[in-house]
Every structure is written in C-alpha cells, then in structure tokens.
Design a protein around this ligand. Structure first.
Ligand code: GUN
Ligand code: ZN
Length: 424
C-alpha cells in the first residue's frame, strides 16, 4: 500500500442535492493498493490505521479525482484556437476539412497519440470521445488510449448527408464498420455516435437503433440543440418531428446511457422528457461562448431534474482543461438569464463524479470512495506564483478549490494516476 499525503478534495455525493457533498482534508491522505482506493481521509488517521504503508509526502499540492471529459472530439486537436466562427462556418471552413485528413491512417494515428497525451497532461483520466468518420482512425484512438492507460468511450462518427461528401458513409457501411469496432473493442467501451440529426438520415438513425439494440452496454452520444441555425435546419429535414429530441426518441436512442452534447436551446417539453428518460447532457461552456451558440440554461436543467456534466468540446472549445471548463461554467451562469452561483463543490462535482454518473461508471471512478479505481490528479503551484500566494491565503477548503479552478492550469498538473499506473 502507498499513501499519498497532500490536501485531498472529492465529491462522493451530489452537491446540487446534498449540503455536505464535499469531502475535504487539508492535511489529507489517499491510500492506494493494487490500483484501487484503499482509504481516503485525514493523514493522521490513515497513518495510524496503516503504519506499514509507504508514505509519499506531496504536501504543498492538491489531490483531486481524475477529471472526466464527457464531450471531446479526437480529430479536432489540431484545429484548436480557431476563433471568429459560428457553428456552420466553423464546421465548413475549419473542422470538416481537418476531419477529412483522418482518412490517411498514418496521419490519424499521429493525431490519436497527440490527443491522448493532451488528455493525460490535463488530468483527464476518463473521456467520452467523438471518434472519426473513418474506422481505422477510430481504431487508432482506441489503441492509443489503451497504450496510455486512459479510460475512453468512443465510436465511429456516422453521417450520410449534408457535411462534406468525403465524410459520408452509407448506412450499410456504417453498420458493418461499427459492428467490427464493437467486436474488436467491446460494447462496454463503445459509443454509438451519429454526428447530429442534421447529417443523419432516418436510415442512418435506424442503424444506430439496431447497433444499440444489439449492444445494450454501449453508450449513445451526439449533439442536440446547440445553435438556432442547427435547430431550424433539423426541423426542415424532419418535418414530422415535434422538436429536436423527438428525432432521437423515434429511434429509441435516448436513455440512461445517452450523453447529448450542448442542449443550449431546449424546449420545456424536451427537458421533461430528458429527465423522464434519465439521459445526460454534456455541457460545454467554452465552446458555447466561442461559437456564440448561447448560454446553457442550467437553472432550467436543474429545475427539470435533467442530469448534466462537463465537456471541453475540443476543438470548438478552447482546450483540454477541465478546470477552465468548470470556471467558464461558473462565469456564464453568473450572467445567464436565470443566474446561478456555482459553488466550488459543484464545479468539482461537474468535472469528476457527474461525468462518472453520466457514463454509468460511478461505481468505478469519479471520487475517492473505497475500492474505486485510484484515478487522481495531483496539482501543485509554482513557488512564488499568484496561484501559490492565493492558495496560501485561502481561509478554507472551498476557497482553495475556487482558487484552483480560477488560477490553475496544465502547468500545475504534476502527476496523474489511473488504475494503478502513472498517466503522467
Ligand atoms: N455539431 C456537429 N458537429 C459538431 C462538432 O464537431 N462540434 C460542435 N460543437 N458541434 C457540432
Ligand atoms: Zn461537439
């Protein structure tokens, strides 16, 4: 057994529902055995309980559960930083041409290596990843993640209309290639992924329905209600649909294992049905602001009991940092039409345990409860930095977490552990 001694914070309960959801230990300890959390608490208590454990003194730094990014696009790592676009021209001019380059397997493989390294460097130990439109590229992502020891869920991205022709598959090819990937990597790690209703015909959505029926342990992920342009186009393409969600519902794609990205412009009826079906929303506040998509109606999601979590939405988002994403959620909700003041515990929950719940793996990861996989991020400020000074002056653990979300970044992530091995 190894004990990591540092300040330790995690949210084993939901701070949107429970008052005492944050577990915080200023002089804390995380005891790890065989890659699992053996214990977590005050250092003095754990030192007495496990006198023979090897102690690694990491004081001056902070241990958080590994971050969980529930919406991030692997083929978009090289187009980050493209500001000044709205969704349709960003797709048309920047994103789809880059995604087409992943037809080249060697190119795709180098992008995959870069992508998983970026996740690990930012403390993300689990991610639901939009794959590529090309099966070999999507396979290279699964392989790169496995090599790195990252827990990813992903799948072939499916489209058979609109978008660029080189990104389209026929429904038959989509079925065949998806099946082959599910057989190779296992249904538990697979996410059936139509890009969005705009680029998927009814025949393609039927393929998604068949795949999920055959592989009930798989996830379903896609985009919904991101921009007004998209919603208008979709209603034109599906004249029978009462709203956007009803299209996915028609093909049985909405349930507890569904993670729908954005939902910036939902109708009330859609929120009620999302809650009834126990689906989750991946909220991507940096992307929503960068593309001018709108401000996520978090208050309405909370009031309707719809689960939501955080995603970076690389490359429409502004990078891989889940701390930055949590801060952006906080900032946007302050100025939302129905404002919310997110607490530090809620921000931490959204970056960790909420993601585990959305992916149905809250028994494995997301916090430091006993017997979970020891997925952790260790952050430490540079001596003499603004972050170091702010943390030193912080009066309580909530202020420390707020300071980490506000001021820490990739450069402060010194160590990342996942399932008994080091990711960084
Ligand atoms: N809608 C369809 N494709 C995409 C994408 O790649 N990014 C975002 N943000 N929205 C989309
Ligand atoms: Zn996206």
């Amino acid at each position: 057994m190894e004990i990591l001694r540092a300040a330790v914070f995690h949210t084993p309960r939901n701070p949107f529902l429970a008052a005492n959801a944050l577990a915080a230990y200023a002089d804390g300890a995380l005891a790890i055995e065989d890659g699992k959390v053996a214990d977590c608490g005050d250092y003095s208590a754990l030192a007495k309980l496990y006198p023979d454990a090897a102690v690694r003194d990491l004081r001056g730094g902070y241990l958080l559960p590994g971050f969980i990014d529930t919406h991030v696009h692997f083929p978009q790592v090289r187009i980050l930083g493209g500001l000044g676009y709205s969704l349709p021209d960003w797709l048309e001019q920047l994103t789809l041409p880059e995604e087409a380059r992943l037809a080249d397997a060697a190119y795709a493989s180098s992008v995959a290596t870069e992508f998983v390294a970026a996740l690990a460097a930012h403390g993300t130990t689990t991610a639901l990843v939009f794959g590529s439109h090309f099966a070999p590229a999507t396979a290279s992502l699964f392989d790169a993640a496995e090599q790195r020891g990252l827990r990813i869920f992903s799948g072939l991205v499916l489209s058979d209309r609109q978008l660029h022709t080189e990104l389209r598959q026929t429904p038959d090819a989509a079925y065949r290639d998806s099946r082959a990937l599910i057989d190779r990597y296992g249904q538990a790690r697979y996410a059936v992924t139509p890009r969005f209703a705009l680029s998927a015909s009814e025949a393609m959505l039927s393929v998604c329905q068949a795949l999920l029926r055959e592989s009930p342990a798989s996830l379903f992920t896609t985009h919904i209600n991101e921009s007004s342009w998209e919603i208008e186009e979709v209603s034109r393409l599906f004249p029978w649909a009462s709203d956007y969600l009803s299209i996915y519902e028609r093909f049985d794609l909405v349930g507890p294992r569904s993670v729908l990205a954005h939902n910036v412009h939902p109708r009330d009826a859609e929120l009620s049905r999302l809650a009834a079906r126990d689906a989750s929303i991946a909220h991507c506040p940096c992307s929503n602001a960068a593309l001018g998509s709108g401000i996520f109606p978090m208050r309405r999601h909370i009031d309707a009991n719809v689960r939501f979590t955080l995603g970076t939405d690389v490359g429409a988002g502004t990078g891989f940092g889940m701390l930055k994403e949590g801060l952006q959620a906080y900032l946007m909700q302050r100025v939302a039409r129905e404002p919310i003041v997110l607490t530090p515990a809620q921000m931490l929950f959204l970056a960790t345990r909420a993601g585990a719940e959305a992916l149905g793996i809250e028994n494995q990861t997301g916090d430091f409860e006993k017997d979970k996989v020891a997925d952790y991020v260790y952050l430490k400020p540079d001596e003499g930095s603004v972050l170091a000074g702010t943390l030193n002056r912080a009066e309580d653990c909530e202020r420390i977490i707020a300071a980490l979300f506000t001021l820490a970044d990739e450069s402060n992530i010194r160590e990342v552990g996942g399932a008994g091995h080091r990711l960084l």
